[in-house]
Design a binder for this molecule. Sequence first.
Ligand code: NCD
Length: 300
Amino acid sequence: MRHEHVITAKGLSRADIETVLDRAAELEAADSRAVELHRGKILALLFFEPSTRTRLSFDAAIKRLGGDAIDMGAVDESSVTKGETLADTVRVIEGYADAIVLRHPSQGAAKMASEFVDVPLLNAGDGAGHHPTQTLLDLYTMRKHVGLDGISVGIMGDLKYGRTVHSLATALTKFDTVQHFISPESLALPANVRYDLHEAGSTVREHRDIEDVLPELDLLYVTRIQRERFPDEREYRDVAGEYGIDAAALERAKEHCKIMHPLPRVDEIDPSVDETNHAVYFEQAHNGIPVRMALLDLLL
Ligand code: NCD
């Protein structure tokens, strides 16, 4: 891969994406034979925000490759509480590890931190910014089920604060997709993402109601409202419960239409969807293992 650091989806070319997805498919097919490719390699996990899937799947991925992970643990037990800057923290950690995975509440934190280190730094979410490794596993899941070209994709939910949306929408411009964005008005796509989509030649089609577009979609990507990013809890309450999908609504969807979600979900996908053939969100989360193994394999 051309890029040492993985900061935004914009920084990944179509060829880069395909290289990672192809390698992930090989590793998935090879199963346990894939292990031990990177014996002795150490991955540092620096999570300044909560994480379940991203942290554990990176941890499992490096271990399956024969390496190991060191985890900074909870922020309130680290030197951050003594006032250490992020730049100093990553400069120290690069001496302990062969690559760094960073999640941070500030947009732009990963880009800034990457400027201080020579080992690959992977952005595992920077505030309401980007989450490119999630996008790679999203694309892997999509490619398996509906392909990545000639498809109509709906992205529904918190398009304003949802970093998985920002990365996914940007990455999809590299494929032949039509993107529909469904959200309450106050959670529509931010200007910088609109600009990137526009620059890439994509048309932004916006809807307030999923009913208007559901029958056209090959795939619907749903996200939760990013409650923790709202400056004011009242604003959150105004939009809470405003959108969602259930099995009954999906009767109007194409039979092959898949429902994805980066998880965790709150109430936006009713559990009645889980048992339908549309639901692929748990498999999507599991795909974090081969995809993150592939990414680490290529970067290390
Ligand atoms: C996402 C995130 O952290 O942005 N979670 C994840 O990594 N799968 C989505 C979310 O928290 O809503």
